[in-house]
Design a protein around this ligand. Structure first.
Ligand SMILES: *[C@@H]1O[C@H](CO)[C@@H](O)[C@H](O)[C@H]1NC(C)=O
Ligand SMILES: *[C@@H]1O[C@H](CO)[C@@H](O)[C@H](O)[C@H]1NC(C)=O
Length: 393
């Protein structure tokens, strides 16, 4: 009886005791499966994704950024917003001293004219593309590096003429920097012949040199590729002595010097390496200094990403499935002398995407590919020590 009574109990005990080890066996397996699933899925996505970032020449990236002794780390303090709300992403700035106006290219295709005497903003011409780099020509025309259209000439009467949009069988996809020499030669860059402006982040993550530095001769109308295989070729500035041009190579955080004349004609040299951020436009101020806009500072995560292609691939996948990575911060402008020696650095951790810095008199005008205004700083103000420091050097 005791047995028969205990029988069902022990049976149930037996059955539950028999299940228990099986459950115990399964539990870690299920746990592993659940934790591994995202990893396996991520690995699959990683394997199947065709995006194939390359190694950068990392020995050229340097370890630490250049040291700049003079810094203003709060450049937003005291800054005015010029054309607020009337300018959408005024990327670059060209100055016409006779009319005392600056021209700037906006996201909506408009090249706007901003009067410096009263800050009035006027529409000039719409390129129906995306005007980026601007330079004032000898006939008061504006030469435009339009990301989508190529190199344009906009006469002072507002007529638009395409100068060039392809070289060596590669159409430009992201024309972005330009300057004009005294002899009329135009020097400009195309950041990439593979990705356009909307896709620029892919070019940066891919880490392959699709950029070119070129010249356009307005007399022969010939386009020449002067330097190819550049990692996101960007802003251009012709040197005051006219024998070379400086151009920025964003991904490599450097500017390079290309001789356009003289015994060194055709030589490519280092101008400045290991910049504290990623350079965009570069402007000569007529007074012994170049002003290099840095839309984003370098950071440890970015530095690591540029060193390891697999990290850039993971970033690309994250971007595809999740969204844009918040990477830009602490933008500013680096001032260097004619030899590329850093003199001063204006920046602010609250700033992002400053894409040009132009010194006019004692004022600094900063364009931005993203913000709805031009930043205007009075360099003579006491907390912006630079004007005295620079002019006395
Ligand atoms: C600024 O200059 C423009 C054109 O030269 C002129 O029409 C305008 O009256 C000036 N504004 C002021 C406030 O001086
Ligand atoms: C731009 O066009 C204007 C008007 O046709 C012309 O005077 C000027 O020389 C042109 N500039 C270049 C660089 O082609």
């Amino acid at each position: 009886m005791a047995d028969s009574r205990s029988q069902p109990v022990s049976q149930s005990q037996a059955s539950s005791a028999g299940d228990q080890p099986r459950k115990r066996l399964w539990r870690p397996f299920i746990t592993v499966l659940f934790t591994m699933f995202p990893v396996v899925a991520a690995m699959l996505v990683y394997q199947l994704d065709s995006f194939d970032p390359a190694s950068l020449p990392i020995h050229e990236l340097g370890q630490a950024p250049v040291v700049v002794s003079l810094r203003n780390e709060r450049m937003l303090q005291g800054a005015e917003l010029l054309g607020a709300g009337e300018l959408q992403g005024p990327e670059d700035i060209a100055y016409d001293s006779t009319a005392n106006v600056v021209f700037t290219g906006c996201h909506d295709g408009w090249i706007k004219r901003v009067r410096l005497n009263d800050s009035v903003v006027e529409n000039f011409v719409n390129t129906h593309g995306r005007p980026l780099g601007l330079a004032l020509g000898h006939n008061k025309e504006i030469i435009v590096a339009d990301a989508y259209k190529g190199l344009l000439n906009i006469s002072k009467d507002g007529e638009v003429e395409l100068l060039t949009d392809e070289a060596d069988g590669h159409k430009f996809k992201l024309t972005d920097g330009v300057d004009i020499a005294d002899n009329g030669m135009i020097y400009f860059t195309d950041a990439s012949y593979k990705y356009n402006l909307n896709e620029d982040i892919w070019d940066i993550l891919e880490g392959k040199p699709h950029g070119r530095f070129m010249s356009f001769d307005p007399v022969t109308r010939k386009t020449d590729v002067l330097v190819s295989h550049l990692y996101f070729a960007n802003g251009v500035a012709v040197s005051p002595n006219q024998d070379h041009a400086i151009f920025c190579e964003t991904v490599m955080r450097r500017c390079r010097k290309y001789y356009t004349k003289g015994s060194k004609q055709g030589d490519l040299e280092k101008f400045i390496d290991y910049l504290p951020g990623f350079p965009d436009n570069i402007k000569y101020d007529g007074d012994g200094h170049y002003w290099i806009a840095l839309p984003s500072a370098n950071s440890v995560p970015l530095d690591i990403a540029f060193r390891y292609p697999f990290i850039r691939k993971v970033m690309a996948i994250v971007m595809k499935y999740i969204g844009r990575l918040p990477t830009e911060k602490d933008a500013g402008v680096l001032v260097v002398d004619l030899e590329g020696k850093p003199v001063a650095h204006y920046h602010d951790h609250r700033l992002s995407m400053i894409t040009s810095g132009m010194k006019i008199g004692n004022r600094l005008y900063c364009g931005s590919v993203r913000h709805p205004h031009i930043l205007k700083l009075d360099l003579a103000k006491e907390n912006l020590w630079l004007s005295s420091t620079i002019t006395t050097q």
